[in-house]
Structures are given as structure tokens and as C-alpha cells.
Design a protein around this ligand. Structure first.
Ligand code: SF4
Length: 336
């Protein structure tokens, strides 16, 4: 179900704007129907009251949590089963963050990613994205939503931007706390500029070398690193939110001194932060994580050269961190 279809259903059942807002607010904040000062019975039309149980049942059936893996760092990795039996992952992060999935599988096929191995299975609908937030909020508060789970948000723009619009208004999430994480692409940049709710941007850069990028992200749009940084910079200046440049650190691949030089050339003076994320080893992966000393050296050296750099050990590592790993593990368990 898409959010605009849900709104149409409510309107057909007699909902006016205030009724619709009340229902959507209860849903995306995981509140019971009777929460709030006025009980719905006192101001909802009777036709809407009659239709509501079926609509609420459908919303509740969009997604359910079928496995929870708590981590030592306070994260919780949730396996979420959708109505058709497909599964995605959400991760509750420390400090009231939530990472959601925007696709079942992914077509980009990044070489270091478990999700990319199966290709794209299907899009996640806008209501299913909000349902991930509602499920998480039933467990603990959520004030930040990052689209860094399974899938490439730029390949599911209509659903992702529709969910972002609801979360950034009725869902009460600050716009800079909605993070659209993408490999980039002209259409995505153009739509973000036009979006009513403008999220912050995280750009998956991973290398400053075009040929290596083509190898690592084989089906990402063919923009050069220079073009990606330029488009990201324009968006950051337009919104006032710095870009988060994402960089999965792979030993012997993109952790060399030539990348330091490339990063200084590309990012010096730009409105952004570079997040170095040491690769989280996956069974059967061709890549390794650089040593801690190497990771720290890179972060220090880039910082010294004027690039605002953060070394981030990804949340949930001890709970099969890395997108798609829990789902893959569940799939294996089902096959056994
Ligand atoms: Fe897709 Fe992201 Fe995995 Fe790349 S890293 S294959 S964009 S889910």
C-alpha cells in the first residue's frame, strides 16, 4: 500500500483533514486509537468509525517483527516480515536512530554488500517504510531515520520520498534527521531538490577513482566522483545540511595513500563530513577490513589535511551487522 492510497481510502470512508491527520499520527507514532484528549468516537463520522477496524487491521498487517538481535552497543537488528512473506531489516541505533530498508534486495550490486548479491526482488512501498518506523517506535523512541538499510533509495524514489514527506510532517522527525543515503544519480538529485521535505544527504562515494567505482558499484549511475561531489555540494548548500560522504574501508582496495590525495582534491573546502566505515566482514566476501592502525592513520591524516573525517565502526557489528546479513542468515536458517 502507498500512503496516498491510504489517504484516498480514508477520504472515501468520510475522513476530513483533521480525521486523516489523527489516524496517520496514531499509526506512525505507534499510538493506540484512543490516545489523545478527544476520543475518535466523539468527532469521527460514523461511516469512518465503521471502516476504521478494517483499515487499521491492514496497516497492522503490513509488517511484523519476526526476529530481534540485540547488540552490545545498544543497537537492535530487527528482521521485518512483510505481508507477502518477503523480509527486510531495520536497525534500531543508539541515540534514538533507526535504519530502514527501502527495497527487498538491491540492483546496484556493490561487491562488498550482502544485499546486492540477490539483485532486486521488489520495491518496499511507502506505507511499508513507515510501518518499519511504527514497529520500531513501539519498542523505543525514534527521532532519526536513515535510509541505509537494504536497497538503494534512488531506485525507489516515489515510495521513499512519499514516506519521507509523512515522517517529516506528521511523523515529527526533523528534516535534517531524515537521511537519504544513495549511490547518487541525476534523477535522485533533481527530485531531492524539488521535494517538499528535504532530507539530509549521505552519498556512498567509496573511492575517488572512476574505474574502481565502476568495479565496486557495478550498476550505480555512471557519474564521476567529481560530478557526484559537485551535485552533493549544491544540495548541501541549498538545504543547509552537510553531506555525509560514506566510505566502506576495504583493505588494499581503497585504503591507500592515493585515495588520501584524491579525497583532499575532491573534498577540501566542501560542506560535508567523510565517514570512514571499516568493512564489516561477510561470509564468503572477497574483501577484508584494514587493520585498526591503518584505519586510524587514514582518519588522522585526512583530518590533518583539512578534511572533516569520522571513523565509524558500524552499529550492530556484533549482531551480524552490515546490511542484508540478518536476512541472509534467516534465509539460510529457513533452508536448513
Ligand atoms: Fe545496494 Fe546499498 Fe548494498 Fe550497494 S551497499 S548493493 S546500494 S544495498
Amino acid at each position: 500500500m502507498r500512503i496516498h492510497e491510504l489517504k484516498q481510502r480514508l477520504q472515501l470512508a468520510g475522513a476530513g483533514p483533521s480525521h486523516e491527520q489523527r489516524i496517520l499520527r496514531s499509526w506512525c507514532h505507534a499510538l493506540p486509537r484512543n490516545a489523545g484528549k478527544r476520543s475518535p468516537e466523539t468527532f469521527f463520522p460514523s461511516a469512518l468509525m465503521a471502516a476504521l477496524p478494517a483499515i487499521e487491521a491492514e496497516l497492522a498487517g503490513l509488517a511484523r517483527i519476526t526476529a530481534v538481535h540485540p547488540g552490545e552497543d545498544g543497537s537492535e537488528r530487527l528482521l521485518v516480515t512483510l505481508a507477502d512473506g518477503q523480509t527486510v531489516e531495520s536497525v534500531l541505533l543508539p541515540r534514538e536512530g533507526l535504519c530502514v530498508s527501502s527495497q527487498v534486495g538491491c540492483a546496484v550490486g556493490c561487491r562488498f554488500c550482502m544485499t546486492g548479491r540477490d539483485g532486486l526482488l521488489r520495491q518496499v512501498g511507502s506505507a511499508e517504510i513507515v510501518a518499519q518506523v511504527a514497529l520500531a517506535r513501539a519498542r523505543r523512541p525514534v527521532r532519526k531515520v536513515v535510509f541505509m538499510g537494504m536497497g538503494e533509495p534512488a531506485h525507489n524514489l516515489d515510495n521513499v520520498l512519499e514516506a519521507i514527506e509523512l515522517l517529516g510532517t506528521i511523523g515529527n522527525i526533523g528534516h535534517k534527521n531524515l537521511v537519504f543515503s544513495t549511490v547518487g544519480g541525476p534523477r535522485a538529485f533533481e527530485r531531492l531538490h524539488r521535494s517538499a521535505v528535504k532530507p539530509a544527504l549521505a552519498l556512498s562515494l567509496h573511492t575517488t577513482r572512476l574505474e574502481l567505482r565502476r568495479q565496486l558499484l557495478p550498476r550505480a549511475p555512471d557519474m564521476t566522483p567529481e560530478e557526484l561531489v559537485e551535485a552533493s555540494e549544491r544540495y548541501a548548500r541549498a538545504t543547509g545540511y552537510p553531506v555525509q560522504y560514506q566510505w566502506a574501508l576495504l583493505e588494499g582496495v581503497n585504503d591507500g595513500d592515493e585515495e588520501i590525495e584524491g579525497l583532499v582534491r575532491l573534498l577540501a573546502g566542501k560542506y560535508g563530513v567523510l565517514n570512514l566505515i571499516p568493512f564489516n566482514a561477510v561470509d564468503g566476501a572477497d574483501y577484508q577490513r584494514p587493520t585498526q592502525e591503518r584505519c586510524e592513520h587514514l582518519a588522522r591524516e585526512l583530518h590533518r589535511r583539512g578534511i572533516l573525517t569520522k571513523l565509524r565502526w558500524s552499529a550492530g557489528q556484533d549482531v551480524e551487522g552490515g546490511c542484508g546479513q540478518l536476512r541472509a542468515r534467516a534465509g539460510l536458517a529457513q533452508m536448513v
